[in-house]
Design a protein around this ligand. Structure first.
Ligand code: SOE
Length: 351
């Protein structure tokens, strides 16, 4: 494990469920590493270089964004399977290079776009893939949080040096566009974005990264949509919502209420609840608990890590987000920044 923050804890809990041998943890200082290793149950605390050189099967990269590429590449070259937090890189070019190298190494990596692992997301995806929902006409989505609402709120992601040029979009917009493309089976072909930095100063430093982003998108398949991303939306903690209107049904998924999927129809609408006995195979596979026993964020994370380990062992689990998907989100992030700065629509490369 590289890192000792919230994501390191979440990955570790999932690694335990997958019966990983928690070999070593490294962090920004020896003190933090020793404390976190003891708290989370790693056998040793070490430095990043030693950890990578020690020949582990899997390395989890949960460090600040600009360090992802160097650590992931070094771990890959040392022979490890790498699970790297998003954004995979702070530019599309670097993310693509890393994804290509991982592909060549035969270890395509994994990026925790974990909302894919909610069973009701798989149900929505299956309804579109199997034609039940019809052709995708419109998409509306938002991802709203409030943890950076006040000018006094600060974090390493706020500074472009320690977080990268995009903040709100790279941090949470990336999840939203990954989910949109995963569920719809379609791709964003063009977009127009507006971004705002609501607080130009935080912690005595000038802020250049965005607090909010609003997008209009066109899909390759002809559908159109709007997306809103904010880290300054009062009362919204982790409000990711995706609504897709097909020509026969609408589908609405809310991350904070992940046991349900709204299926809108002109005649009568349905509110489906997660029930492995009645859902499709993909949704049922991700339902270790029976109906009526709510699953949530950590369950999705556990399922993601289990699949990433299965891929490391040579299996091909359905819907595992790889470095290629991390690179795709980085391509869209670059397009958002380019569009916002030029004030025009931009084409989003298909790769
Ligand atoms: C903070 O914005 C954060 O922890 C993101 O970094 C995660 O990706 C998201 O899942 C929850 O919010």
């Amino acid at each position: 494990m590289l890192g000792a923050g919230f994501m390191a804890r979440t990955h570790t809990a999932a690694a335990r469920v997958a019966r990983a041998d928690l070999a070593a943890l490294a962090s920004s200082s020896p003190e933090t590493a020793s404390r976190a290793a003891a708290e989370l149950g790693y056998a040793s605390a070490t430095t990043a270089d030693e950890l990578i050189a020690s020949g582990l099967d899997v390395v989890h990269v949960c460090t600040p964004n600009p360090t992802h590429v160097d650590y992931a590449r070094a771990a890959l070259r040392a022979g490890a399977h790498v699970i790297c937090e998003k954004p995979l890189a702070t530019s599309a070019a670097e993310a693509r290079e890393l994804a290509a190298e991982a592909e060549r190494a035969g270890r395509p990596g994994a990026v925790p776009f974990v909302y894919r692992y909610h069973p009701m997301v798989r149900e929505a995806r299956a309804r579109i893939a199997e034609g039940e929902a019809g052709a995708v006409l419109t998409i509306s989505g938002h991802y709203l949080q409030d943890w950076l609402l006040d000018p006094g709120d600060d974090d390493w992601r706020v500074s472009s040096e320690s977080g990268g040029p995009s903040r709100a979009f790279a941090d949470i917009g990336s999840h939203l566009v990954d989910l949109l493309e995963f569920v719809s089976g379609d791709r964003i072909a063009r977009l127009a974005a507006v971004t705002r930095t609501v607080h130009p100063e935080r912690g005595g430093r000038a802020v250049t990264t965005e607090d909010t982003a609003a997008l209009a998108v066109e899909l390759a398949g002809g559908g159109i949509g709007t997306l809103l991303v904010s880290q300054v939306a009062p009362g919204r903690k982790n409000g990711l919502t995706l609504e897709i209107a097909g020509s026969r049904e609408s589908l609405r998924f809310e991350q904070e209420d992940p046991e349900r999927l709204w299926v809108g129809r002109r005649g009568h609408s349905l509110l489906l609840r997660r029930d492995p006995d009645t859902l499709g195979a993909d949704a049922a596979r991700l339902s270790p608990l029976p109906a009526g026993h709510p699953q949530g964020y950590q369950d999705a994370f556990n399922a993601f890590v289990a699949d990433a380990y299965a891929a490391a062992a040579g299996e091909t689990p359905a819907g595992l987000p790889t470095f290629a998907d991390g690179a795709r989100a980085a391509v869209i992030t670059d397009a958002v920044l380019a569009s916002a700065s030029a004030g025009t629509w931009v084409e989003v490369s298909a790769e």
